[in-house]
Design a protein around this ligand. Structure first.
Ligand SMILES: Nc1ncnc2c1ncn2[C@@H]1O[C@H](COP(=O)(O)OP(=O)(O)OP(=O)(O)O)[C@@H](O)[C@H]1O
Length: 384
């Protein structure tokens, strides 16, 4: 449990300090069951594993001492197996579930201190939820379903229909405005749910496993839709999923939960490349590492000015898979170029090490794997 954070403190977790976080969660607990309040404050009870806690107290600790920040503009994924506490955690953010202990702030404002009116405003304007069961109103058209959130806000009919029409187009449902939910496929209905949440222009979108009922192809379409919307709008998103590949695809950072705790919080590359423990290691074992890890992991300093000035070029955020292709085609190591500056070099051996999963140990043994200044900056060749 950390110290209390304020809106102006640097973000925690991996990476560097940035703007004030949207959500700040500190020492959060949610315990279900009799006299739940006593569990977080009692070190002995708080230390019990879930089965012992249940048999001793009849309580379930769905969220246990969780702290993290959601940064502005990021897609923050909460991932874990069924029952690990994902939904409870995200519902605590807007007090759809009342936390047992700890603090939650949005833009520095204490969510636990909000009165009912303030909470209603939070859920309606600031943090809109997209659910798996989209809860569409069956007798209303697509347009009116999307306009519904605006109607609750008291926006006038003409304005809300105009705004709803814009959002309907944004999620790819143009031409279907007058249909009713029963006349739509599952994927289209989910798009209506997404449009309805977007229509109120919330600061944060909270997604609770929105795509888990969709078939794989429609699901992929919807994931791409989220990536596109995020790229275009930069809106902050919190996304719950139990699907690792979905988490890796969508998340800027992932909080991996187990039994109510966050066992690792990091970028997809950090989680796959440096699992925090055996549980995470087992979780990510089958991930195609070359598609997640970037060339930074495999990079070494250029051996000479000549090496820094020749060979194919790749971007620092290119995946290992992309670099393998470049190196194989050229038959020579690739230069990692950042705005024309050579950061280092990747060769086939180092790239293979990443695929084989031996790079993490190597990186730990030599943490300062930073390239030396390697000859003059070069601008020849556009990086892939
Ligand atoms: N109202 C409740 N009363 C008692 N226990 C609850 C309640 N809601 C959730 N739990 C328990 O809390 C734990 C976490 O549940 P939660 O629904 O948050 O997990 P989840 O990771 O979202 O699971 P899923 O992926 O299946 O939705 C589970 O053990 C669950 O049984």
């Amino acid at each position: 449990m950390g110290t209390a954070t304020t809106a102006t403190t640097a973000t925690t977790g991996t990476g560097t300090a940035g703007p004030a976080p949207v959500f700040s969660v500190d020492g959060l607990w949610k315990v279900f069951g009799p006299k739940a309040d006593r569990v977080p404050g009692d070190p002995e009870l708080a230390a019990l594993d879930p089965a012992e806690l249940r048999s001793r107290t009849g309580c379930t600790a769905a969220v246990r001492d969780v702290s993290f920040d959601v940064r502005r503009g990021e897609v923050f994924v909460v991932m874990g197996l069924s029952g690990s506490g994902k939904s409870t955690l995200v519902r605590c953010l807007t007090r759809l579930i009342e936390p047992t202990a700890g603090s939650v702030a949005i833009d520095g404002e204490d969510v636990r201190a909000m009165d009912r009116a303030r909470l209603r405003a939070l859920r309606r304007h600031r943090a809109a939820m997209v659910f798996q069961h989209f809860g569409l109103l069956p007798h209303r058209t697509v347009l009116d379903n999307v306009a519904y959130g605006l109607e609750i806000q008291g926006v006038g009919r003409a304005e809300r229909r105009e705004r709803a029409a814009e959002v309907v187009a944004k999620v790819g449902l143009e031409g279907m405005e007058q249909r009713r939910p029963a006349q739509l496929s599952g994927g289209q209905r989910q798009r209506v749910g997404l449009a309805r949440a977007l229509a109120v222009d919330p600061e944060v979108l909270l997604f609770d496993e929105p795509f888990s009922a969709l078939d794989p192809i429609v699901r992929r379409d919807m994931q791409e839709e989220v990536v596109r919307l995020h790229r275009e709008e930069g809106r902050t998103m919190v996304f719950i999923t139990h699907d690792l590949s979905e988490a890796l695809k969508l998340g800027d950072r992932i909080a991996l939960m187990r039994d109510g705790r966050v066992v690792q919080l990091g970028t997809p590359e950090e989680i796959v490349g440096s699992p925090a423990d055996d549980y995470v290691r087992a979780f990510v074992r089958d991930v195609p590492r070359e598609q997640v890890m970037t060339v930074r992991t495999a990079m070494r300093p250029a051996a000479s000015a000549e090496e820094a000035g020749s060979g194919p070029a790749v971007r620092p955020d290119a995946t290992v898979s992309e670099a393998i292709e470049a190196v194989a085609r050229a038959g020579a190591p690739a230069r990692v170029l950042d705005e024309g500056r050579c950061l280092g070099v990747v060769d086939s051996e180092a790239l293979l090490d990443v695929v084989a999963g031996v790079s993490a140990a190597a990186a730990e043994a030599a943490p300062a794997r930073r390239p030396e200044p390697a000859g003059p900056a070069t601008t020849s060749g556009e990086p892939i």
